[in-house]
Ligand binder design. Structure first.
Ligand SMILES: Nc1ncnc2c1ncn2[C@@H]1O[C@H](COP(=O)(O)OP(=O)(O)OP(=O)(O)O)[C@@H](O)[C@H]1O
Length: 383
């Protein structure tokens, strides 16, 4: 077959194993979200006072990545906007995308006026006044979900943003405002307290990690909606559920399903094979590793690089410290914090050896293999 007809064949091929490929997209909002009904109800309770002339209660929403925090907020906001758009304006801000004060208030402006503010020259005070005066004129309250607030910690953007939202009533007495702050890394909670302290009195809502059964339930629901029946065997589903649970990341499991399906389609097969899943896992692992490494400091990356190149079996934490400290001096407490963080990020595991002082000696093992790490950290990092 010549290339021309081969390409036409590929483009026109309409056989697919996906019944609805969109259910595997990052922005898909699942219909069935009962596992988080409790948290959604708790959030709704904090908005209730607004409907009775009171002030909303602020929330601090805590939970590891991919535990449904963003989806829960979007679902609640959808319901509120459908029923009470004459009383409440809800805005969801993704701080990874919008991390300056002007940008965040531009998003609020856009939600209220249905268009972005003029890009150039408009001073912040004017933008702010337009927003608050409009809310005042229409007797509406404002709820802002500030998602992934850790992106606002540098340069202390967060305290200015929180202050401007929560103290609006000082200049616009009838305007009631509330914040839902979302944080996926609890160890940053003290940074939040330090920066916004007394301005932000919040009720905490926790999104605990899903257990094995819950991960299975969610992934099976996606499979039912996303693939045609019999596309994937029960054994492979179990394998994906195990993997997702062990990696502790539901988003990864959903990605795996989509990538395995794509791999099967590339082979023009109507069924996903073991090999399709294995390949998807390898791609996903590299993507995950790359993503986690990008967020690390040079010292943290350096430690991963060092352990990888040490290549020692049965490496104990004490021996690692000795070797590292000899070449790159570091205090023991800094070293310990470093190892704990890398373990928290699931880059390495530590297991007790049963020996050492008080039986506290630990083995340190990387969770990714040597080649994967070498692919992501090609050169030695200078610290
Ligand atoms: N209970 C659930 N039922 C169905 N799908 C879920 C559930 N919880 C999470 N998901 C899915 O997992 C993915 C991640 O969810 P979401 O973005 O809401 O998590 P998050 O806690 O906000 O994550 P992050 O902290 O990384 O921003 C989405 O695809 C979402 O549809």
């Amino acid at each position: 077959m010549d290339l021309n007809s081969n390409i036409k064949d590929i483009l026109l091929h309409d056989e697919t194993i996906f019944q609805d490929i969109e259910v595997f997209n990052a922005d898909y909002i699942p219909e069935n979200f009962t596992l988080r009904n409790g948290q959604i109800q708790e959030m709704a309770l904090s908005i209730r006072p607004v409907l009775h002339g009171g002030k909303p209660i602020n929330n601090l929403i805590l939970g590891p990545p991919a535990t449904g925090k963003t989806t829960a907020i979007k679902k609640l906001f959808e319901i509120i906007e459908f029923n009470y758009s004459n009383k409440i304006v809800c805005v969801h801000i993704n701080c990874q995308l919008h991390s300056t004060k002007f940008d965040i208030f531009s998003q609020i402006y856009k939600k209220i006026f249905n268009h972005t503010p003029p890009e150039t020259g408009i001073p912040f005070a004017r933008l702010y006044n337009s927003i608050m005066s409009e809310l005042e004129r229409n007797d509406k309250s404002l709820i802002v979900a500030v998602d992934d607030i850790n992106h606002l910690f540098s340069k202390n953007v967060i305290s200015e943003v929180f202050y401007d939202i929560l103290r609006a009533y000082e200049s616009y007495p009838t305007v009631k405002t509330g914040i839902f702050a979302v944080l996926s890394d609890v160890k940053f909670q003290h940074v939040l307290d330090k920066n916004v302290g007394s301005i932000f009195n919040a009720n905490e809502i926790h999104f605990n990690p899903y257990n094995y059964e819950e991960i299975g339930q969610i992934l099976k629901e996606r499979i039912k909606l996303g693939f045609y029946p019999t596309v994937i065997s029960d054994d492979l589903v179990d394998e994906i559920v195990d993997y997702t649970y062990n990696m502790g990341d539901l988003r990864l499991g959903i990605d795996l399903l989509r990538m395995s399906g794509n791999n099967a389609e590339i082979r023009a097969s109507r069924q996903i094979s073991d090999e399709d899943v294995k390949r998807a896992m390898k791609t996903a692992e590299n993507k995950t590793l790359d993503y986690i490494l990008q967020g690390l400091s040079d010292r943290e990356k350096h430690m991963i690089w060092f352990i990888n190149n040490l290549g020692e079996k049965n490496l104990t934490s004490g021996k690692l410290y000795e070797e590292y400290n000899m070449k790159y001096p570091i205090s023991y407490s800094t070293y310990n914090r470093l190892i704990n963080k890398l373990e928290f990020l699931r880059l390495l595991d530590t297991t007790y050896t049963g020996s050492g002082k008080k039986g506290n000696s630990r083995y340190v093992t990387l969770r990714f293999n040597k080649e994967q790490i070498n692919e992501c950290i090609e050169d030695e990092i200078t610290i």
